[in-house]
Design a binder for this molecule. Sequence first.
Ligand SMILES: [Ca+2]
Ligand SMILES: [Ca+2]
Length: 264
Amino acid sequence: MYPCFRNATLVTAALSTLVLSAAASASPVNISVTVENLAPTSSISFAPLHIGFHKGTFDAFNNGQAATAPIISVAEGGSGAAWQPAFAAADPTATRGTIGGLLQPGQSVSQIFTVDNMLNQFFTFAAMVVPSNDFFIGNDSPTAFRLFDNAGNLLLGSIGQKASDIWDAGSEAFDPAAAAFVGNNGLRTDQNGVVSFNFTELNGFNGLTTGANYIFDSQLSASSDVYRISFQAVPEPETLPLVATALLAVLGLARRRRVEAAVR
Ligand SMILES: [Ca+2]
Ligand SMILES: [Ca+2]
């Protein structure tokens, strides 16, 4: 056999090994999560995004029912101080976290999470929308967003949110003087309502100066894109030297073929 054919066989074998190891989707995996505020300039901002990769058991709220402490801790002030412990209690093996700080229109931020992609196949999120008294984004059904299939492969590239997806927790009455980002967030009046979709009330904050020093102007209609959460698998560091070695082998083979062709 010519040397170049032998090398080609070796390179093919090396690449096959790489492809096989990638297809096996070893658990755990590193997933980069990127969040973007897609709202128009001067429109809504978002508090840090609380997230969890989980088994599909943690349900933080229900449309049409009174909000409880976990989702209220997100919707009123954004801290998630009760949401995170409730999540941990409902699903102790979940990977949880918080992404970014205040996310203004046009801004984005990424964070990497180590996830057991065989055990925790579902994704849940919640963030306060500001300015507001008790508005938030989040998934009602804990199984709405399945990220991984049974082989551990990533199923979902991104989750989009429109203005029509924004919730009113129904726990704090609308009052600009008491709204986070434009008023005194320490003040509040009980609403005694239920969780419902609501973005039109945001127009009530138009013209007010926000905590980020821009004059708020909602500009939102039901179909306005306001938020995107994107997912990308991050290659494991130990596979990178393998990839580099395989690439060098391929480059070396190509160079040798050029040399052989030149001397013929
Ligand atoms: Ca629910
Ligand atoms: Ca409210």
